[in-house]
Design a protein. Structure first.
Length: 333
């Protein structure tokens, strides 16, 4: 005998057909939410695999321009440019960072020429250019000095804007750099260059494969960035960091890494209500790929689920090495 009392609400009713599931879906992922980070090599015709990031290649500018055609066709609107600087161009003062003929600057000029409406985001930080691999200049005690570093970051950001960056993205975590960069951009006539601040960037061990990819792992020699990047134990501090960057003129803010820090994404969106981005970093990419390669997780399903989780947490967009693969999956859906 069936019970004569029925559930007042059958939650499963709206799950019974795919059309209904789609009708009531609260969040949606699309290719226009994705920013694709790319690694740029000097030279021509160069493609190099990154062993700790299966599926990711460092590309010379000509190869980058070739491949970008496919990414555009998949609906990807924005690339984040990371140069792989030869050891010979690194120094203690990181002057290569603001060389107008530097690799990032050249890549952005070439990409803009080839695809005028492709959005370009640049990385503002000194780690690819310092011989010690830190994001700023260091004093005799090995401490990363704030205000002297900010002066170099300003020059770097200006050189990126001049090379065609639509968005400059300081990832260095120095205090006061957003305000200094904003002022300098205004003075130089780049009032529409956007700033995406890596505001809540944690001193994370998930960045390892990225440091392999850009070749800064050897320089930093097992050191850490704990005197400027945030302590993973903290959450209120992230809100203060983000609020400061907004006051100083950031247009968009970022939380980094991604999946272990979705609570910060949620708090940022809820408390500050600003354009909020999250970075699914190299280590997150690597651990997913390792599970896919072993057949432990289904790549096509898990990639989209992991990215939808960012949207549900409140992110407006996601930097992800899965961008082309995810965009292709979304086209097939
Ligand atoms: N300022 C450097 C920078 N910009 C982006 C990343 C990490 C990205 C990733 O792991 O995918 C890092 C590494 C670091 O802070 O050591
Ligand atoms: Mg800050």
């Amino acid at each position: 005998m069936l019970s004569t009392t029925y559930p007042a609400r059958r939650m499963r009713r709206l799950r019974a057909q795919s059309g209904l599931r789609e009708l009531v879906a609260e969040n949606q992922l699309s290719a226009s939410d994705l920013i694709y980070p790319v690694f740029v090599l000097p030279g021509e015709g160069q493609r190099e695999a990154v062993p700790s990031m299966p599926g990711i290649e460092r590309l010379s500018i000509d190869e980058l321009i070739n491949d970008a055609k496919d990414w555009r066709a998949l609906g990807i609107t924005t690339l984040a440019i990371f140069p792989v600087t030869p050891m010979s161009a690194k120094s203690d003062c990181a002057s290569e960072a603001f060389n107008p003929e530097g690799l990032a600057q050249q890549a952005m000029r070439a990409l803009k020429r080839a695809y005028p409406d492709l959005l370009l985001m640049s990385d503002v930080a000194l780690d690819p250019f310092t011989s010690h691999g830190q994001d700023g200049l260091v004093n005799d005690q090995g401490y990363v000095v704030n205000d002297e570093t900010v002066e170099v970051l300003v020059k770097q950001a200006l050189s990126h804007a001049q090379a065609g960056a639509d968005i400059v993205a300081p990832s260095d975590m120095m205090d006061g750099r957003i305000g200094a960069i904003r002022q300098a951009l205004e003075q130089a006539g780049h009032s529409n260059t956007c700033i995406m601040a890596y505001s809540a960037k944690y001193a994370s061990s998930y960045y390892g494969p990225f440091r392999d990819a850009v070749g800064s792992a050897a320089n930093i020699k097992g050191g850490d960035k704990k005197t400027y990047q945030m302590d993973p134990a903290n959450s209120d501090e992230a809100i203060t960091e983000i609020a400061l960057d907004l006051q100083e003129g950031a247009d968009m803010v970022m939380v980094k890494p991604g999946m272990p820090y979705l609570d910060i994404v949620r708090r940022c969106k809820e408390e500050l209500k600003v354009p909020t981005f999250a970075y699914q970093v190299s280590g997150e990419y690597a651990m997913h790929q390792a599970a896919f390669a072993n057949g432990w997780l289904d790549a096509d399903k898990v990639i989209l689920e992991s990215l939808l989780g960012f949207k549900r947490a409140g992110a407006d967009g996601i930097l992800t090495y899965f961008a082309p693969q995810a965009a292709a999956l979304l086209q097939r859906k």
